[in-house]
Design a protein around this ligand. Structure first.
Ligand SMILES: [Zn+2]
Length: 159
């Protein structure tokens, strides 16, 4: 029996499920794809151990099941924040959201320097680098240029 079955569950002749990441790998009767897939998990021995340990403790009601849930969402959150580093698209999205907030809620651009706001952002997106005022001002300028022809509303930016 191939070693790959230690890490995979046979679902059917065409699919097998990776025990580590739960991804369904097309196998078409052979194990080559599975072997290729398992290369994605350099520490597969350890990863499987962790997965199995979690599975064992899941049926236990109460505290342990709850902490697993918390840890899962924490892992998910950390993964999410990876893409917020530097010039990721999330960074641009947050920049845009701040610019939107400044306009929509009549906030001063200097909010990016406010302690409470900075604190909140750090908590939500630890890897996100809070932009300087002029960045937000520039984004607002760009947005305004785009809609200026369509609207007569004046936008006032408080520095
Ligand atoms: Zn996998």
């Amino acid at each position: 029996m191939s070693e790959v079955w230690k890490y995979s569950l046979k679902q059917s002749t065409s699919f097998a499920k990776c025990q580590i990441c739960k991804e369904e790998v097309p196998r078409r009767g052979h194990t080559t794809n599975l072997m290729v897939h398992l290369k994605k998990h350099p520490n597969k021995e350890k990863a499987l151990e962790n997965v199995l340990r979690h599975q064992e403790s899941v049926p236990v009601a109460g505290r342990s099941a709850c902490s697993i849930k918390t840890q899962k969402s924490l892992e998910h959150f950390l993964k999410e924040t990876e893409v917020w580093a530097d010039h990721g698209t999330k960074t641009n999205e947050i920049d845009d959201a701040i610019a939107f907030m400044v306009i929509r809620d009549y906030q001063p651009v200097s909010i990016v320097e406010d302690e409470g706001f900075v604190n909140l952002l750090k908590l939500l997106a630890p890897k996100y680098r809070i932009p300087q005022r002029r960045v937000i001002t520039r984004i607002i300028g760009e947005k305004y240029e785009k809609v200026a022809k369509k609207t007569k509303d004046a936008i006032v930016i408080w520095e």
